[in-house]
Design a protein around this ligand. Sequence first.
Ligand code: GLN
Length: 493
Amino acid sequence: MTDLTALTLAQARDALRRKEFSAIELVDAHLAAIAKARKLNAFVLETADCARAMARAADERLAKGEAGALEGLPLSVKDLFCTEGVRTTACSHILENFVPTYESAVTANLWREGAVLVGKTNNDEFAMGSSNETSYFGPVVSPWRRGTETPLVPGGSSGGSAAAVAANLCLGAAGTDTGGSIRQPAAFCGIVGIKPTYGRCSRWGIVAFASSLDQAGPFARTVRDCAILLRTMAGHDAKDTTCANLPVPDYEKAVGASVKGMRVGIPREYRMPGMAVEIETLWQRGAQWLADAGAQTVEISLPRTPYALPAYYIVATAEASSNLARYDGVRYGLRVPGRDVIEMYERTRAAGFGKEVRRRIMLGTYVLSAGYYDAYYLRAQKVRALIKRDFDECFAAGIDAILTPTAPSAAFAIGEKSRLDPVEMYLNDVFTVTVNMAGLPGISVPGGLDAHGLPLGLQLIGRPFAEETLFALGAVIEQAVGRLTPPRWWETS
Ligand code: GLN
């Protein structure tokens, strides 16, 4: 029998409808794969019973010819999405025993169309990080390896989702992206991930990090699979006032569509001093593949790019300090008693939050404080407006999409950067944060392997709500590169 976990989501969807196998067989194959891959630490909760019940219900609907768009397809969900009756922790000690009484809008959309939840995936605590090392439940180990030595990070913060998809533990996954947390782990794990336009998916029921930047989006092994997932995840939701009331196109139609005549910008400011030669080569190859498919590549300028990273770390920490004020030992999760309420707050928050989260709360509180608001927060907001204007001007001049590398390097070893100054880690986000600051859609597609055999990603940035352009261009790169598959060492060693 063929390995059901090696199918693409689209293949599994079609085969289920042709009754080549059942949803229960499909989910059991994935649960067995998950059980064999525990050393990756990709899941913080496996939901086998719930998965089987959902698969049985899916089989009934399939038998009656009432299949939803994702009927019977095993997915995993970042542990930042609230799932009703299923523990949701944000990978923080402070929410370690939190069981939501409601379902996030995005995951509700998935279940409504028949998808099956196989587990909640590991992430950086409150989605703060680029390596999945800040999780209270320990780091995720990448399915990729450089030789057989030191384990590598899967990227972050949605590292568990990316690793689970790359290791064939599910057909797709839901993640969130505030400054790169879908695109960078997708690049590190050799899969596809898209952060849609801000407002494309509802944020309702997602543990908030930085509300003006957070967006949900899918991971999958192909561009088509991402397109299929996004169609179901996206859509208007009255419970999130920043969620756009726009129709959701059939994104799958864009996969394989012609890109002839599209104008793709190559921003010169992304050519950072000291950039690795292989990143430069990857980028040039990407531009060539798009040109070969009939797109026109044009050098463009986004002059405020160098200010994006510092401005992001002001805006994101400011919003985080405000969002995380709710974890006070009264309403949610952990409570460490004290002599009075102030001491209870202090003890709870000191014990409940990890080091990176505390660092960001302090930084965010500082930039919002009366004496420094104008100098930091207000300034950063002005810079943000200018960054957005750079993009607007390019799009107004006829650029359809922008091509950049997704990250400045391939995956690094666990411990390699977290031991250093935190800014070393923040530098990973240099190519992705601009997209969140401007609220634009961005996709990461595998661009090939580096000299050590590790995946590198290419990022495409689009106009607001033009995700279709990204799927069309992304499919061209995918066609040129083919699928990247990690060696399955975790099953044997
Ligand atoms: N790595 C970035 C940060 O640490 C982005 C994280 C994210 O997108 N959630 O803030």
